[in-house]
Design a protein around this ligand. Structure first.
Ligand code: 2PG
Ligand code: MN
Ligand code: MN
Length: 525
């Protein structure tokens, strides 16, 4: 091509926060990032709320919407917003899927499974309430709820707030003809919500409590949460699975003739459990022991290429004109690499929730296997291993556009462990120095950015001056850095710039005319 290669690094969860309070990014020793920021063209761009297609600016960014915006150069209404609209207009209940679900469980139960919080990253409790209410209106008699406890998109020990809220809601709905109650649950990082096949054992554990009703028994979700907390001290996302029983019997196993709705709208952590429900006898990821004959539907279609799940209530955004597609048209050779935890982020999310390549010949994707450990124990994760392979790819001369995601700021940030997160950010910085060197060796251009904040705010904001420090595990509302190294360009400084302006910028640096549907490049002309 004769063009200069462009390498784009997403430092997952590394946002910009002017306050030092709980700021693991500022606390980290990161000479390379500091030097790049001080000496290279740079700007701050938005990564949350309306800038990434979420319902409001109160919604923090996340990897799905962040990588979608980065990789498609446009702002699409995202799952959170689409489901809101679908429920508000009532269209969701006019779908064949909904009527099918209701009809299917005429003599059985309707189960709702999903993340119980108002985090709005994977799900929203209001969506669940709307579905339950309508189920009752449509004549469903028995509803069972299988709850995944959050503490990752919401405060780390907030589960009881949502349990109480939904139990009060169910109590109001319950009458002689309708009965809803919690049947099983567990922390989202302990059961059911694995992603990218990092740890199928999590899904197996979820299957056992939700479907088979096998697990430690409790009389209520509150009792389960309080007991586990007292015994183990773990935070919500890590609480083990539990089964609610009455008179020695699980109250809500999933049986033939039941209907099951996964009320999460985000795809990555919804796919594996969906495959377990949809899969026929050839399913071999774990032994399901008993596979009930149910109608299963997702709140959204989680992967349109792979048709997961078969039934769904809301169409996902139809993301068109992605950067990868455009670059393929120009014969640009692309390379994407990350470790398992974020592998789908730089491929599937980046390409507008597509799991297939646009052009087999032009695209190479590499996954480095993630550790299956609590990440505060190994905050460096696989950053060095990713870099080994990435640098070889850069120096091979076989690629024109290379992208990677270093998960550390985010994955370690989610643990709420400040000290480990500082090390996570430092690990990324060490690798950045190596990437920069490889870029120099091929006379390339390096872009350093992030998909949303996390490590930049590791403590909850204090409500009172003398309140104790409380760990914050969720993403943030902060802007993220955008830096260009190795190119003599001037960058715009504009409040309105966001992740969706990056695709056109990459095209500019590759000497390609940006697609007309994209938001403008960040480079001043
Ligand atoms: O871990 C996840 O599922 C989310 C937080 O809910 O994080 P990210 O968007 O960074 O993948
Ligand atoms: Mn992310
Ligand atoms: Mn995250």
């Amino acid at each position: 091509m004769g063009k200069r290669p462009v390498v784009l690094v997403v430092m997952d969860g590394v946002g910009i926060n002017n306050s030092e309070y709980g700021n693991a990014v500022n606390a980290a020793y990161k000479p390379t990032l500091d030097e790049l920021w001080a000496n290279c063209p740079n700007t701050e761009i938005s990564a949350h709320g309306l800038a990434v297609g979420l319902p409001s600016n109160e919604d923090m960014g996340n990897s799905e919407v962040g990588h979608n915006a980065l990789g498609c150069g446009q702002i699409y209404s995202q799952g959170a917003k689409l489901v809101n609209e679908n429920i508000e207009s009532g269209e969701i209940f006019e779908t064949e899927t909904w009527s099918g679900l209701v009809k299917n469980c005429a003599n059985g139960k309707m189960h709702f499974l999903g993340l119980l919080s108002d985090g709005n990253v994977h799900s929203h409790i209001n969506h669940l309430k709307a579905l339950m209410k309508r189920a009752k209106e449509d004549g469903v008699k028995e509803v069972r709820l299988h709850i995944l406890l959050d503490g990752r998109d919401v405060p780390e020990t907030s589960a009881l707030i949502y349990v109480e809220d939904i139990e009060n809601y169910m109590a109001e709905l319950n009458d002689d003809n309708f009965h809803a109650c919690i049947a099983s649950g567990g922390g989202r990082m302990s059961i059911t919500m694995d992603r990218y096949e990092a740890n199928w054992a999590m899904v197996e554990k979820g299957w056992h409590v939700h479907v088979l009703g096998e697990g430690r028994e409790f009389a209520s979700a509150t009792e389960a949460i309080e007991t586990y907390r007292a015994e183990t001290g773990v935070v919500d996302q890590d609480l083990p699975g539990f089964v609610i029983t009455k008179d020695g019997k699980a109250v809500g196993t999933i049986e033939d003739g039941d209907s099951v709705v996964l009320f999460n709208f985000r795809g990555d952590r919804a796919q594996e459990i969906s495959l377990a429900f949809d899969g026929d006898d050839s399913f071999d990821k774990f032994d399901r022991v008993r596979k009930p004959n149910v109608m299963y539907a997702g709140m959204l279609q989680y992967d349109a290429d792979l048709n997961i799940p078969h039934n769904f209530l809301t169409y996902p955004p139809k993301i068109k004109y992605t950067l990868t597609e455009e670059l393929c048209k120009h014969g640009i050779r692309e390379y994407a690499i990350s470790e398992t935890q974020k592998y789908g982020h730089v491929t599937y999310f980046w390409n507008g929730n597509r799991s297939e390549k646009f052009d087999e010949k032009l695209e190479d994707y590499v996954e480095i296997k993630s550790d299956v450990v609590p990440f505060e124990q190994r905050p460096w994760m696989k950053a060095a291993e990713i870099t080994d392979v990435l640098c070889a790819a850069i120096e091979s001369g076989n690629y024109d556009f290379l992208r990677t995601n270093y998960p550390n700021g985010d994955m370690v940030g989610h643990t709420g462990n400040f000290e480990a997160t500082v090390i996570g950010v430092e690990s990324v910085d060490l690798q950045l120095a190596r990437v920069k060197k490889a870029v120099d060796a091929v006379n390339g251009i390096l872009i350093v950015t992030a998909d949303h904040g996390n490590a930049d705010e590791m403590y909850e904001k204090k409500k009172k001056e003398d309140a104790p420090i409380k760990a914050k595990t969720s993403h943030t509302l902060n802007k993220v850095p955008f830096i260009v190294y190795g190119a003599d360009v001037e960058l715009k400084q504009d409040e309105n710039l966001g992740l969706s302006n990056v695709a056109a910028t990459v095209a500019d640096l590759l000497g390609i005319e940006p697609n007309e549907h994209w938001n403008p490049s960040i480079i001043k002309k």
